[in-house]
Design a protein around this ligand. Structure first.
Ligand SMILES: NC(=O)c1ccc[n+]([C@@H]2O[C@H](COP(=O)([O-])OP(=O)(O)OC[C@H]3O[C@@H](n4cnc5c(N)ncnc54)[C@H](OP(=O)(O)O)[C@@H]3O)[C@@H](O)[C@H]2O)c1
Length: 272
């Protein structure tokens, strides 16, 4: 009855591991560096890499439910050999899979849909936690620079994504669903900045940035060129769903989606 979480040290995965472990489920966490993973005691932390199929096959042993990223790394690389990975999952005895997309359905989704696995698509828009990229300039200069900030999004709290994933991995009724996951309101970047300012009790200025300025800033953060263009194109012209509010989080969990104001309060120390 082991549940394997890929991306276990990431924004969504870390919450998902904690949630399932706290709920008494046997959890296995995949990471390239178990020594640095810093996951709760009792979690079975395994070394594995999406580029090394054998390491994934080993991690899948005795696994009955799988949370799978579809892309990884600073270039948002699509997980390779997805048909072999899916075959290995079926062979291992996996039944339920949650698939966390990166804004589009690609070969990993297709491979899973063509299999006998019971899959649930998790289709979030922008994560609230992307605002953590503003933390350094808020702390040092009291400013946020962002491109296309006037375009509204409905960012979702990664804890809500993890809550939905945990239910889809552990209970019936979610197979075949494609859950679009958003927050409870559409916000512009200046509105998000105002919520952070409220949370930390300090003025924070918003400065509109042009595309080249945003690219230079993101390159300095180590993000690869292809991923930079993807993010900026998304921000400039978000897919329709990403700037609407969907009630999926509330429908699935039975409680309202977390607000950005609550997220900002919970992460205030990162901005101080
Ligand atoms: N940010 C957004 O707004 C947004 C919106 C929609 C979807 N997404 C997508 O959601 C997914 C999860 O994002 P996240 O923010 O939770 O993750 P994250 O914080 O960016 O962490 C990335 C995770 O991927 C793992 N990873 C990286 N390279 C790997 C490799 N070669 N083999 C195995 N694991 C590898 C890392 O594990 P180790 O370093 O421990 O190995 C880490 O756990 C990503 O695919 C992202 O593109 C993001």
């Amino acid at each position: 009855m082991t549940i394997l979480i890929t991306g276990a040290t990431g924004n969504v995965g870390r919450h998902l591991v904690q949630l399932l472990h706290a709920g008494g489920h046997p959890v296995r966490a995949l990471t390239r560096d178990p020594a640095a993973a810093d996951l709760p005691a009792g979690v079975d932390v395994r070394a594995g890499d999406f580029t090394d199929l054998a390491s994934l096959e080993a991690a899948l042993e005795c696994v009955t439910a799988l949370h799978l990223l579809t892309t990884f790394g600073p270039g948002n690389t699509t997980i390779p050999n997805s048909r072999d990975l899916v075959a290995a999952a079926v062979k291992a005895g996996v039944q339920r899979v949650t698939l966390l997309w990166n804004g589009y359905a690609g070969p990993v989704e297709e491979a899973v849909e063509d299999s006998e696995l019971q899959y649930t698509h998790l289709r979030p828009g922008e994560f609230m936690s992307n605002a953590l990229t503003w933390a350094e300039t808020i702390r040092t200069e009291g400013v946020v620079r962002e491109a296309y900030g006037e375009i509204g999004h409905s960012p979702v709290d990664v804890r809500d994504i993890a809550d939905v994933a945990a239910l889809a991995l552990t209970e019936d009724g979610h197979a075949g669903q494609a859950y679009i996951l958003t927050g409870p309101e559409v916000l512009t970047a200046p509105q998000q900045v105002a919520a952070i300012a409220d949370a930390i009790g300090r003025d924070v200025r918003y400065e509109a940035e042009d595309r080249e300025g945003a690219k230079a800033r993101m390159r300095a953060m180590g993000i690869e060129e292809q991923a930079i263009d993807y993010v900026l194109d998304w921000r400039a012209a978000p897919p329709e769903f990403a700037s609407k509010v969907f009630t999926t989080v509330a429908d699935v969990t039975g409680r309202p989606a977390r607000t950005f104001a609550a997220w900002a309060r919970d992460h205030a120390d990162s901005f101080r």
